[in-house]
Design a protein around this ligand. Structure first.
Ligand code: ZN
Length: 696
């Protein structure tokens, strides 16, 4: 046994409860030893729990003296979380060492945490820095992701690296800002669960999870808090002494109305109104209000579910001590700036109130989309739409999702059909039965012409389906079938360059480079779709819309289209938990198919559309003998042939109504007619070079 091991043995003995000096509670330890570097806080120097008394109980639950294993903190930004985490780490290093890990959302967040919070705090405390050499010292044996100390080690990991999370047994785990972790890691599941599994072998484990919450339904910390003891901090009113939880609704400020009727807010006058006696409480009373029992005060944490072993604490920004963080007046000001804009309001609710944002946008969006449904039957191609593409998603659960989209000038589109057909994606027979049958079934347009599916894009899916997808695409490569792989990164082109993939053929031999795999910018497709849906809101007429849907589509289709939301923080599209997103994904695949070099609706010129129109909507040209815009084609449909009516009864009634008032001389019609080619030309310039160069 060398000297270091011997020291560790003594500490082990201490941990086992031998007759060594009794350990301090974490709050006591911090009041005695914790130094706050002035660099990281406006109030540097000796830590005082009395400054933020609400930190006392969560810290003490994390101390080695407490039996509690799990602590959850859902809090406003800059309130409670990081200092509790640091005191937890330092108390453990000093009094109860063992393997520990702190997890941050990203590698950059780890570096910032170490350089701005952890290292300066260690340097400020000789009691800790004697044990944990700074990562800046070359001979310390410590690197940025690992700090060794007698009896233990502190690992620093980030949430998107499964190897970091999964490799080591951990006795004490701190997961910081969990709502910024990926929901799931490829093949590994939730990073939170993955990290938690590392503590399984330690009966006296400690797990701390902290975060400002994000959107309810996609917020880990909200779920954690709601399954915990759910404590809130109750403070007394200086006037009537009655205890209450501070809520933003009771922050009040003066409002006046100018002579001209303009309302004015005076956030500088913000006071808190007691919910019991109605008195106005000024912010300078806060130190007295926050004081807890050990300080002779009245404030306390009250747990809604004291019987639950997992201790959870929620606190908002109204509690931050005077001089630390925003004042009530400043928070009132922030609210006034945020309230008009849903994105800013979400930030306010999350960061200042520490509450999850109640996002109803998926239901609202689904309902709004469904309300746009037009009275045309499914499997009908509306006038002005000349190209059909099919997007296919293969589900291991045993079905194929197929989305048939018709395209016209300026990338206008409408959903011709969306269906989910049961089938086993591991059997080529089922691919034939479902996909081949479907894509060979023509769809008749309003001019009695049968349109074929010009291109089918099939998602290669995961490990189970990928080879079947290659095999199918290989077989039908001359039959307008492409296999794709989605790239959920912002600003990728809709369709990138293909790469050659090997395919195993029927007799088991490998067909080298047998199939092209096309990269699809799925996030770009989603952004394009929603931008168009938004833009459509200002158009009263169906025929002006960029994206059109049939009223026959079920509500589940619209819920699927609205199943994801754009997270401005990460710049990514995020699927709402428990929602099916195939209607949205398959639209993106059909859109990608329309970008295949043999189709290329984005580079099609006006003359190309004219040519198609001549073939597919012949009656228009018979009558007018001129290239005609979409709207005029639609108008022509007011006199459909009998065959069209039998194949698609009622298909174009609404179009007739819409366009009945429009004539070729109507300025709206003229404008709409010239717009799409201009847009297509712009796309040429912006997108094509990008498409060629950006895939690496
Ligand atoms: Zn009162």
């Amino acid at each position: 046994m060398n000297l270091k091991d011997g020291y560790a043995a003594i500490l082990e003995a201490a941990a086992a409860g031998w007759a060594l000096p009794e350990k301090l509670w974490t709050s006591e330890w911090a009041d005695k030893y914790r130094q706050v570097p002035s660099k990281s806080s406006p109030e540097g120097g000796q830590w005082r729990t009395s400054r933020t008394p609400y930190a006392r109980e969560p810290m003490d639950e994390l101390s080695s003296r407490s039996r509690t294993q799990e602590v959850v903190i859902m809090a406003a930004s800059q309130v409670l979380k990081t200092e509790v985490l640091l005191n937890f780490v330092f108390e453990s290093i000093d009094q109860d060492p063992g393997p520990m890990m702190v997890v941050q959302p990203t590698e950059k967040a780890v570096k910032d945490f170490v350089s701005q919070r952890l290292d300066p705090a260690i340097l400020a405390m000789p009691r800790i820095s004697d044990k944990v050499p700074s990562s800046r010292k070359r001979d310390s044996g410590n690197k940025i992701t690992e700090k060794n100390f007698p009896g233990g080690v502190l690992y620093l990991g980030w949430s998107n690296s499964p190897s970091e999370l999964a490799s080591k047994p951990i006795k004490k785990l701190a997961l910081d800002e969990v709502d910024r972790y990926p929901v799931s890691l490829k093949g590994e599941g939730s990073p939170v669960k993955l990290a938690e599994q590392r503590t399984a072998n330690f009966p006296r484990r400690k797990i701390l999870k902290t975060s400002t919450p994000k959107v309810r339904g996609a917020s880990v910390i909200t779920d954690e808090y709601e399954s915990s003891s759910m404590a809130q901090y109750w403070v007394p009113c200086p006037h009537c002494q009655a205890l209450q939880v501070l809520v933003f609704e009771n922050l009040r400020w003066k409002k006046t109305t100018d002579e001209d009727g303009t309302k004015r807010h005076w956030p500088d006058t913000a006071v808190y109104v007691c919910e019991h006696c109605g008195s106005e409480i000024e912010e300078r009373n806060k130190p007295w209000m926050l004081a807890d029992k050990p300080m002779g005060g009245l404030a306390e944490w009250r747990h809604r579910h004291p019987e639950r072993a997992k201790k959870g604490y929620h606190i908002n920004g109204l509690y931050s001590p005077v001089g630390l963080g925003f004042s009530w007046a400043e928070r009132a000001q922030k609210f006034l700036e945020a309230k008009k804009d849903p994105a800013k309001l979400q930030t306010f609710v999350n960061l200042h109130l520490g509450e999850p944002y109640e996002d109803h946008s998926d239901q609202m969006q689904a309902a709004a989309l469904q309300a746009r449904g037009e009275p045309y039957p499914l499997r009908t191609v509306l006038p002005g739409y000349l190209i059909l593409t099919l997007g296919v998603d293969v589900q291991r659960a045993g079905y194929f999702a197929l989305h048939l989209v018709a395209w016209g000038r300026g990338e206008r589109c409408h959903t011709v059909d969306y269906t989910e057909i049961p089938g086993d994606p591991s059997r080529q027979e089922d691919w034939e039965r479902v996909i081949t049958t479907y894509r060979r079934r023509p769809v008749r347009n309003a001019f009695s012409v049968d349109l074929k599916v010009s291109m089918t894009a099939i998602d290669s899916g995961d490990g189970v389906t990928v080879h079947e997808a290659y095999k199918y695409a290989r077989k039908y490569r001359h039959d307008d079938v492409m296999v794709i792989k989605g790239y959920s990164q912002p600003n990728k082109p809709i369709l990138g360059r293909p790469s050659k993939q090997d395919v195993r053929n029927d007799n088991g031999a490998m067909d080298k480079n047998g199939v092209d795999l096309w990269m699809v910018g799925t996030d770009t497709a989603k952004s394009a779709l929603f931008a168009r849906l938004d833009g459509d809101l200002m158009h009263e007429q169906y025929t002006d819309r960029m994206v059109r849907y049939s009223a026959e589509l079920p509500v589940t289709f619209y819920e699927g289209v609205a199943s994801e939301f754009y997270d401005a923080d990460t710049g990514k599209w995020v699927k709402r938990p428990g929602k099916r997103n195939e209607p949205l994904d398959t639209w993106g695949y059909a859109y990608a198919a329309a970008h295949h070099p043999r189709i290329a609706i984005h580079t099609a010129r006006s003359a190309d559309w004219d040519e198609l129109e001549k073939m597919l909507e012949p009656r228009v040209h018979d009558m007018f003998a001129l290239p005609l815009p979409t709207q005029a084609s639609a108008e022509q449909a007011t006199h459909p042939t009998p065959e069209v009516q039998t194949s698609a009864p009622g298909a174009i009634d609404h179009t007739s109504t819409d366009t009945a008032a429009d004539t070729a001389t109507d300025p709206d019609t003229a404008e709409a007619a010239s717009a799409p080619p201009a847009q297509a030309a712009r796309r040429d310039d912006d997108w094509v070079p990008d498409m060629r160069d950006d895939w690496n």
